[in-house]
Design a protein around this ligand. Structure first.
Ligand code: ADP
Ligand code: MG
Ligand code: ZN
Length: 493
């Protein structure tokens, strides 16, 4: 751990480059299916295999999704943009170049509102978003001859990506994490991508530099690759910050380079010195005309956008009267937001809906976390209508809060409706004052010592009596009625 004095002396500066695989039916420049997980080299054609003479044709669907991403992140969309060839050699790149956008991307100057876990807001500006095709994938294991050879799977070759480049606006791993969380939510809401880091449909490179606090100039950055979970992004940034502070403190210079994060060792290691743009010999792609995004196309895409997370958050606060923090958590995923709204509407109690989801439901869902800590909200073991019913039963006084928690646990495992569980197990609340009074009499008759103590003015013994009565009624008595009746009975005793 870095000393606090050094931490105060140096500021961390972070800019993120996010590659997002769009969920189009076909690839960017050919009609091969854009599917994850198919057998290797089954979704290929002359275009994405890079065979001589094959010509690219851009997918309208891909441009539409890219357009939605740009609009959802408040970018300026340019009517004319240009594809370029980025030349480099690698075995997963059969053409020897990647078709990308370089000096004339289709979108620039956006912004994303990020919210940290502590509720503080942070605006991260975007430099640009550009479209590009993905490369294939090298396979090193899992097939018959993988012992002594590596294979190439070109199913991914030519898949449509957008690269979202932030400005160096972030100052801590927590801010980077908040930005990624917000960006992912926006892209998923907008229907651009499922942003699944495990499947590689969201990939992130982190640029990190340090500078003395108060300095006007940025320091030299290192770019870290191979970050395959949000947690690793945070960890790699922290490691890299400490490494660079160590270098600067020792009088060395940070060199601009590309580094690889090794999760098993929690460290970054040099991969190659940073290539400059001229190394890629960018030039305009001669096989594609400039891309024209008309005002009509843009307007149509804007109209098709659903309510985005920030708007939904504001609406939840005003419509259901829930705290800002709750609204933030509930809107991170569209599934959770929809679930909440159904419960809130059906139960007629937004605050209760939020409380149940934020505590009981989230706790249970966390048990289903994937390896990188992400919770999948696609398989709810209970229906929103059931939770709404449970909330109505509490509000109508059919069951009390404690019983409701037990009923909830049963609902979660069996999927039954709360009414069915309460009916079968006889759990409905005892509001019959006769039955409660009988229980109170029994308790008072057998607790002379506590009664005496109450008479001496120790009024907090009331709590003990209430507890005993609740026990006698199997926890089903209405606690408010018990409270009132116990007090009356003790005063009379
Ligand atoms: P490249 O294409 O070589 O990666 P870019 O100019 O596109 O370079 O910048 C890449 C990323 O690096 C951007 O997200 C930007 O915010 C970030 N960045 C630029 N300078 C710095 C710096 N000094 N410290 C941290 N991040 C930086
Ligand atoms: Mg880069
Ligand atoms: Zn193809």
């Amino acid at each position: 751990m870095l000393q606090e004095t050094l931490r105060n002396k140096y500021e961390m500066v972070i800019g993120l480059e996010v590659h997002c695989q769009m969920k189009t039916r076909t690839k960017l420049f050919c009609s091969c299916p854009n599917n994850f997980g198919d057998p290797p080299n089954t979704n290929v054609c002359p275009v994405c295999l890079g065979l001589p003479g094959a010509l690219p044709v851009i997918s309208r669907e891909a441009v539409t999704l890219a357009l939605r991403a740009a609009l959802a992140t408040n970018c300026t969309v340019h009517e004319i943009s240009v594809f370029s060839r980025k030349n480099y050699f690698y075995p997963d790149l059969p053409k020897g170049y990647q078709i990308s956008q370089y000096d004339r991307p289709y979108a620039t100057e956006g912004k994303v509102e990020a919210l940290e876990a502590d509720g503080s807001a942070k605006t991260v500006r975007l430099e640009r978003i550009h479209m590009e095709e993905d490369a294939g994938k090298l396979l090193h294991e899992g097939y018959p001859w993988s012992k002594d050879q590596s294979g190439v799977d070109l199913n991914r070759s030519g898949s449509p990506l957008i690269e979202i480049v932030s400005k160096p606006d972030m100052r801590s791993p927590a801010e980077a994490h908040a930005y990624l969380t917000a960006l992912k939510a926006i892209l998923v809401y907008a229907g651009v991508s499922n942003c699944n880091m495990e499947e590689g449909s969201l990939r992130c490179d982190a640029n990190v530099s340090v500078r003395p606090r108060g300095a006007a100039e940025f320091g030299t950055r290192a770019e870290i690759k191979n970050l395959n979970s949000f947690r690793n992004v945070s960890r790699a940034i922290e490691y890299e910050y400490e490494r660079q502070v160590g270098l600067v403190e020792a009088g060395h210079k940070v060199v601009q380079e590309t580094r690889l994060y090794r999760a098993d060792k929690d460290e970054t290691a040099s991969m190659r010195s940073k290539e400059d743009a001229h190394d890629y010999r960018y030039f305009p792609e001669p096989d594609l005309p400039p891309l024209v995004i008309s005002a009509d196309w843009r307007a149509e895409a804007l109209k098709a956008l659903p309510e985005l997370p920030s708007a939904k958050r504001a609406r939840f606060v005003s419509e259901y009267g829930i705290p800002h923090y709750d609204a933030q958590v509930l809107t991170l995923s569209q599934e959770v937001a929809d679930f909440f709204e159904e419960v809130a509407r059906g139960g007629g109690n937004g605050k209760a809906a939020s409380n149940w989801i934020m505590t009981e439901v989230m706790r249970e869902m966390k048990g289903q976390k994937s390896e990188d800590g992400e919770v999948s909200y696609s398989n709810w073991p209970i229906k929103p209508a059931s939770l709404a019913e449970l909330i109505r039963m509490i509000d109508r006084g059919v069951i009390n809060g404690k019983t409701a928690k037990d009923v909830f646990a049963r609902m979660w495992t069996s999927g039954e409706s709360p009414a069915a569980i309460v009916e079968r197990e006889g759990l409905s609340q005892v509001t019959d004052t006769g039955a409660i009074e009988a229980a109170i009499r029994e308790v008072i008759d057998s607790s002379a010592e506590q009664v005496a103590s109450y008479k001496k003015g120790r009024t907090n013994t009331i709590g003990w009596f209430v507890g005993q009565v609740m026990k006698k009624t199997g926890g089903r008595a209405n606690p408010k009625i018990v409270n009132d009746l116990v007090k009356t009975a003790l005063d009379k005793a």
